[in-house]
Design a protein. Structure first.
Length: 691
């Protein structure tokens, strides 16, 4: 009997070895990723040995990995019924859910499996990968570390841990916790020193935080081959742009473009040309950019990345209709495109379509949760519609022995993106230190603003001016109406009427002169850095005098960051009646100036501006005299809701008082947002079902 058992065991072992040997080819096909051939192989094998469990498992794996995971799932479900307590069958059944992307279904199965088999490497790693795909990165990292503790040298588990940490780091970055994001990325180098994906992610964090030099250093570390050096230069070009070095950005993008031809890499070529055209646009070389886009369109018709370039060009040149058309086309092909959704939000905002812009930004955040650029866009739009109060105090003095203190409190209260109200109070006291004449004025104004249509805004302000001079007092109504239009791209037109009381100094306040101004302001921008501003104003005064004023300025923008421009100003004034003993009222006054203006950043939260103008002025037939004007200011953002500004300005240009006049003003402004969000924001979010 014992001899028969030995013989039977020998034949069983021989059959098992032969079966394993006969399936060896199938194992190799699976191992090498030839899933279609592996499926055919095990399908044929099972026709000869239909009950072989190993062959059935291998066949199910080949079917699932060959693109039909649901069918594989059904095969393994049947095997689970046949082998209810078999670990190999169960682990493959669980894995088939991962192939099908059914991570929610896989999660409880793996959770039970790691409880039943706490020391099975495959169960621990499968659970970690499941949690990772569900973006539960903290738990995923815990389980993948347990798996690696069982097999410290397993490369597959280390790769899983790498991608879990990449996902976990991205979650921190989206939450703007950049330190922890960088810490996780740095840890990956322990398994994969100088990993290229990690380097790109680290560089991206530095770009987000505007640490330009750090980003460039990371990109140079990345550049270890001809191909990678092109990717690095594309990244450095973007870093230079963020740092405001547009010329360096273009230089780097051009170097990448010139080298990419020799590699024959289609994807890298597209990324490189994309960055090159962007750099042309950043440098305002719009004609060159247009030629490149037209050429790319012929080679890549209906390509989303080329359409995105065309949309970007439209945004920079003020052709927002073109931008919207391109972004809509991109979204019609890919509704979850980040560039399409946020680009459309920016184009709608630039077109003065505020509510649709909000909607597009909300849609972006639905797809890309906590995305910083989308959040920043919404904060920018919110800032323009948040109730605020501003305090403006100033001290002025001139060479006519006049001094004045003024204080203005202005509140801004928008009830919607179309309708806003303002309420302001101004107190001004003035004194002549020689004559001892004193006067003060109180001005109360209430304003209504309404957006009639995109780029068509109507503002009306009503109020009164109460002035006191020595023992006398009077009250006059004040009215201001203004219509702002944007008739064509890069053009702004403003038509207005203003009724105000002259309150510059005590002597003028005493005379109760009311001025009715009828004005037109027009600004023409161009895509060649030239601009032209013109102001025309006719004034009728209650002392039966009248004034006509022309001011025109031709300017050229030399730099974008900091914003630096130079220009020429010309001013012409004429009064109907000359009353020089009362106020400056020549029959003809002319002034010509050259000026420079600069605006930029001292730090992330501190801005500065400065302007200087000098030239000559001529009053009637009097000799020409020199004029000089200067102004400087520093603004600091103390927090999201509080900002402050200090400034000073000087002028010796002729004014309503006299020629030879010198005027100096110093002051400060404080602005506080009374609420964190616009009054209508919660309702707007609810309407678009945003969390």
């Amino acid at each position: 009997m014992y001899t028969y058992k030995i013989i039977a065991l020998f034949f069983l072992l021989s059959f098992t070895v032969q079966a394993q040997q006969s399936m060896q080819k199938g194992f190799e096909l699976l191992e090498n990723g030839n899933f279609a051939d592996a499926e055919d192989f095990f399908d044929s094998y099972l026709k000869l040995d239909a009950t072989n469990k190993t062959a059935q498992i291998c066949y199910g794996r080949a079917v699932g990995l060959n693109g039909t995971p649901d069918r594989a799932n059904s095969l393994f479900a049947n095997l689970v019924q046949e082998f209810p307590n078999d670990y190999e069958v169960a682990i493959n059944y669980n894995e088939s859910f991962l192939w099908a992307g059914k991570y929610e279904e896989a999660k409880p199965l793996y959770k039970k499996m790691v409880a039943d088999y706490p020391n099975e490497f495959g169960a621990l790693l499968g659970y970690a990968n499941t949690l990772s795909n569900l973006k539960e990165f903290k738990a995923a990292l815990y389980w993948v570390n347990k798996a690696i503790a069982l097999k410290p040298d397993n490369e597959g588990a280390k790769v899983s841990r790498k991608y879990i940490k990449l996902g976990y780091a991205n979650e921190y970055v989206n939450a703007q916790n950049y330190r922890l994001g960088q810490q996780l990325l740095q840890e990956i180098f322990e398994d994969f020193p100088e990993d290229k994906e990690v380097l790109l992610n680290m560089a991206n964090i530095h770009l987000i935080t505007k640490e330009v030099d750090s980003a460039k250093r990371i990109y140079w570390r990345y550049a270890t081959s001809s191909k990678d050096s092109i990717t690095a230069k594309n990244g450095i070009a973007l870093a230079e742009h963020i740092g405001g070095n547009e010329r360096k950005a273009l230089k780097m993008a051009l170097q990448a473009k010139e080298k990419v031809h020799s590699l024959g890499d289609t994807v890298l070529s597209q990324l490189t040309y994309d960055r090159y055209v962007q750099a042309l646009i950043w440098n305002r070389k719009f004609n060159d950019a247009k030629k490149e886009i037209d050429s790319l369109t012929r080679v890549h018709p209906n390509s989303s990345w080329v359409q995105a370039l065309n949309a970007t060009l439209g945004m920079y040149t003020g052709d927002f209709k073109v931008s919207l058309s391109n972004y809509d086309t991109i979204l019609s092909k890919d509704s979850i495109s980040f560039d399409g959704n946020l680009g459309k939000a920016n184009a709608l905002f630039a077109s003065d379509r505020i509510v649709p812009a909000y909607k597009a930004a909300f849609q972006t955040l639905k797809i890309f949760k906590d995305q910083k650029d989308a959040q920043g866009f919404i904060e920018k739009v919110n800032g323009l519609h948040t109730p605020s109060i501003e305090e403006h105090a100033a001290y002025t003095f001139d060479n006519g022995n006049n001094i004045a203190f003024s204080n203005i409190i202005n509140t801004f209260l928008p009830f919607s993106t179309k309708f806003k109200t303002t309420l302001s109070y101004q107190y001004r006291t003035t004194e002549n230190t020689v004559t001892q004449n004193k006067a003060d004025s109180h001005v109360v104004l209430a304003g209504l603003g309404y957006k009639l249509a995109p780029n068509v805004d109507l503002t009306t302000i009503l109020g009164f001016n109460n002035s006191r001079f020595m023992e006398t007092a009077y009250t006059q109504p004040v009215l201001h109406a203004k219509l702002k239009l944007k008739p064509y791209k890069l053009q702004h037109l403003e038509l207005g009427y203003q009724r105000e009381v002259q309150n510059f100094n005590a002597d003028l306040i005493e005379r109760e002169i009311v001025m009715n101004h009828y004005g037109l302001n027009y600004n023409l921008g161009t895509n060649i850095n030239l601009g032209w501003y013109t102001q025309l104003m006719h004034t009728q005064q209650t002392d039966n005098n009248s004034r006509n004023l022309l001011f025109t300025s031709l300017y050229y923008t030399v730099l974008q960051k900091p914003a630096l421009k130079f220009g020429l100003n010309y001013q012409y004034i004429t009064f109907g009646e000359q009353v020089p003993t009362i106020y400056f009222s020549p029959e003809k006054y002319q002034a010509g100036e050259v000026f420079g203006d600069i605006r930029g950043k001292i730090s992330k939260h501190t801005n500065y501006m400065g302007s200087v103008a000098t030239g000559i002025q001529k009053v009637e037939s009097d000799p020409q005299t020199a004029i000089f004007r200067a102004e400087a200011a520093i603004q600091h953002q103390f927090g999201k809701r509080l900002s402050g500004n200090i400034y000073g300005k000087y002028s010796n240009i002729a004014s309503a008082t006299a020629a030879g006049f010198e005027f100096t003003e110093i002051g400060f402004k404080l602005k506080w947002s009374m609420t964190q969000k616009p009054l209508f924001y919660a309702k707007l979010k609810q309407a678009y079902q945003v969390d």
